[in-house]
Design a protein around this ligand. Structure first.
Ligand code: MG
Ligand code: ZN
Length: 223
């Protein structure tokens, strides 16, 4: 085994250990935890802004906003009504890891929180390898990307439970074929729950809100 691979394995097993601790802690508090992943510009922050505005009175939501540089996304989430928003600047790293999330959570008040959103760094490659202690990964893609993204980045789509296709208001303005995109995604992961939405035009979001509500209900119902 090459030295590089050995070091990588060590980093990942350390990450898995920390992620397991996070999962245990959040499970105890019955917090639905979603790790949002996508390429840059697919609309993770926009989706969270909409969700905060729509469900802010219904659920207690906490958010971790990861970015390589700037707190712009965290500021947007605060402006959208997020009261429990924690920016994480990775300072170059192209993904969040469990250590960063542990540190962020240590500084957050999780009392009464129903849903924790972790907005990962925009990148479809390595965030798939870093467990953050989430219940599920939610992968976004948008109609301005290639519909073959799931085939190009299979690991991310395999490890996600939910696929959100954003910017459906732009369908027809490019070669993006939404049926083909979903077919590609299901080739990689037949169990993906799919939502077709437009954050800009606020279409398709009701199904997402309902689904989120169901996640909260079923988590609270668990002993
Ligand atoms: Mg963002
Ligand atoms: Zn990375």
């Amino acid at each position: 085994m090459s030295k590089k691979i050995t070091v990588e394995k060590k980093v990942l097993s350390e990450n898995d250990r920390l992620a397991a601790d996070i999962r245990k802690k959040l499970e105890k508090q019955k917090i639905v935890t979603l790790n949002l992943v996508s390429s840059p510009g697919s609309g993770k922050t926009s989706l969270l802004e909409r969700t905060l505005k729509e469900l802010g009175n219904k659920f207690n939501m906490a958010l971790i906003a990861g970015d390589v540089q700037t707190e712009n996304d965290a500021d947007r989430l605060k402006r959208a009504g997020g009261k429990n928003v924690r920016p994480v600047i990775t300072g170059g790293a192209c993904h969040l890891d469990a250590r960063m999330v542990t540190r962020a959570l240590d500084e957050m008040n999780l009392k009464g929180v129903d849903i924790l959103f972790i907005e990962n760094v925009g990148n479809l490659v390595c965030p798939s390898s870093y467990d953050l202690g989430e219940d599920m990964k939610v992968v976004l893609m948008s109609t301005t990307e290639g519909d073959d993204k799931p085939l190009k980045y299979p690991s991310m789509f395999r490890r996600s439970s939910v696929l959100i296709i954003n910017k459906i208001d732009l369908l027809g303005l490019s070669n993006f074929d939404i049926k083909q995109a979903e077919k590609n995604a299901r080739t990689i992961n037949a169990d993906l729950k799919v939502f077709e939405i437009s954050c800009l035009k606020e279409t398709g979001l009701e199904a997402w809100y309902d689904w989120l509500g169901n996640q909260v209900t079923s988590k609270k119902g668990k002993k």
